[in-house]
Design a protein around this ligand. Structure first.
Ligand SMILES: Nc1ncnc2c1ncn2[C@@H]1O[C@H](COP(=O)(O)OP(=O)(O)OP(=O)(O)O)[C@@H](O)[C@H]1O
Ligand SMILES: [Mg+2]
Length: 468
């Protein structure tokens, strides 16, 4: 089964992973940043509180040593305090701001300004200062510096831990999403491939329906739908086969009836010629001999026999014209072009109010009897229809022999017709059948009020002389 490839940006799996990873990265970054801010605030607040209480304690205790000017004991006391790990330096100044004692690493400036809060320190040392008072009298100052290195170390550790946890979570999420996405897209791909098979007309496909989730339900519905399509397609194919069989039978019937009609016309023409023609000839011969025998004896008999001759001549003309219409012998005698000219001029005489022009061009030597009789019958049918329905004032009949094909165009300027509407007669249907039996084409062009144009094209060489 060939599956069409989906571009990566349209892939459901890619979109799923990209969305989840983006959300994860944003949310986890916020979380890590928030944690670090809280840790920072907690540590700085704790350092400030520690520094405040320590310097207060030291200022209180150092007062007594300052009064006694016992700097050695003061140094011993302060040396113990220097054990505090965050403490960077500790200095004591007397009333004249002279340094009496300095422990730890000296500050960068002579004696720095005190900082407001450890969170706002920019040199890495939180400097605090306090006045030493004894009985309300100023004795000097205590200066202390607390290193922020330990606090920053702790914050850095939390940051590393937070980022590691976030990275692990993103990794796990991606793995789980990829696995879920793979499972989903694999099942969707099975559905999509099955749908493509159905599109190609293969209705025997079925997708697995074992799982009970939404995709499983969708697969069940898909299988049911394919079953329904298969059933309906089969019904439609059966109906189409039946219709085309009926159409073929119908065609066969029309062909047969056209052949029988032509046979019957041929038979009638022969009967008229052989029987009626003989009788009229006999009547004419008898009337002539009666007229000759009675000449000079009884003028009334001469007149009557002359009248019989006139009537029988008229009957002969009518019968001859009927024979022509039934079996145009003129086709055999003069060929299609002249037979049509004869038929058209006879029609023109019967309809003097319609102007009919006949134009011929090209060669028709290859056209056989079957083509000739077909074209002749079509012209007859078209002219009859024009006389019956068109109310036309001009008609043109063009006969063109070109490139082994015979083209016939009959156009009138009458009221036209609606080609999409239902039709009751057999004339136009018979025309189509006759033309298609010759391997030709017929086209009708009509618009209400603008006449009807019938175009016919048949190959001349496919004519079959025995069939007409
Ligand atoms: N030249 C035309 N102008 C206007 N309407 C026409 C023309 N030719 C045919 N029609 C219309 O087409 C219909 C079908 O014509 P068709 O020749 O098939 O049947 P018919 O003439 O009614 O019957 P039949 O030919 O079997 O005696 C006609 O009833 C008529 O309404
Ligand atoms: Mg007709």
């Amino acid at each position: 089964m060939k599956s069409s490839t989906v571009s990566i940006f349209h892939s459901l799996r890619f979109r799923l992973i990209a969305s989840v990873v983006t959300i994860e990265v944003v949310m986890l970054s916020l979380l890590v940043w928030n944690n670090i801010s809280i840790i920072h605030a907690t540590h700085t607040d704790r350092l400030r509180d520690t520094a405040t209480s320590m310097i207060q304690q030291i200022a209180n205790t150092s007062g007594a040593y300052m009064v006694a000017v016992d700097y050695a004991s003061l140094e011993g006391y302060l040396a113990n305090i220097m054990d505090y790990r965050e403490l960077s330096y500790l200095a004591v100044m007397d009333r004249n701001r002279e340094t009496v004692l300095a422990l730890g690493s000296a500050p960068r400036s002579a004696w720095p300004e005190a900082d407001v809060h450890p969170g706002q320190v920019d040199d890495g040392i939180y400097d605090v200062a306090r006045e030493i008072r004894v009985a309300g009298q100023p004795m000097g100052h205590i200066l202390m510096g607390f290193s922020l290195a330990r606090m920053e170390e702790a914050i850095e550790k939390s940051r590393v831990r937070g980022v590691s946890i976030a990275a692990a979570e993103i990794f796990l999420t991606v793995v789980v999403t990829v696995l879920i996405g793979l499972g989903l897209t694999r099942r969707l791909a099975t559905l999509s491939q099955a749908a493509q098979e159905v599109q190609r007309g293969n209705y025997s496909v079925a997708v697995p329906t074992a799982s009970k989730d939404e995709l499983g339900r969708m697969a069940t519905a898909f299988n049911r739908m394919v079953g329904e399509i298969a059933k309906r397609t089969q019904q439609r194919e059966e109906a189409e086969a039946k219709t085309s069989r009926l159409l073929a039978e119908n065609r066969q019937l029309i062909q047969t009836s056209l052949t029988v009609q032509e046979e019957e016309r041929r038979h009638l023409a022969r009967e008229l010629h052989d029987e009626l023609g003989q009788c009229i000839t006999a009547i004419q011969a008898d009337a002539e001999s009666i007229r000759d025998l009675s000449r000079g004896k009884d003028e009334r008999i001469v007149t009557r026999s002359g009248a019989i001759l006139d009537v029988s001549r008229r009957i002969y003309e009518v019968v001859h014209s009927m024979m022509q219409r039934l079996r145009p012998g003129i086709l055999d005698d003069l060929g299609l072009v002249e037979a049509l000219r004869d038929e058209i001029s006879a029609w023109q005489e019967r309809h003097p109010d319609i102007d009919c022009s006949y134009n011929v061009s090209g060669a028709f030597a290859g056209a056989g009897e079957r083509v000739n009789i077909t074209i002749y019958r079509i012209v007859q049918e078209c002219l009859t229809n024009i006389a019956k329905y068109a109310r036309a004032s001009h008609v043109t009949v063009d006969l063109i022999g070109h490139d082994g094909r015979l083209l016939l165009v009959i156009a009138d300027d009458g009221r036209g017709m609606d080609l999409s509407g239902p039709r009751s007669g057999l004339g136009l249907i018979g025309m189509r059948e006759r033309v298609e039996a010759l391997g030709g084409e017929i086209r009708l062009e009509a618009a209400t009020g603008r006449g009807l144009k019938v175009r016919i094209s048949v190959p001349m060489e496919r004519s079959d002389p025995e069939a007409a």
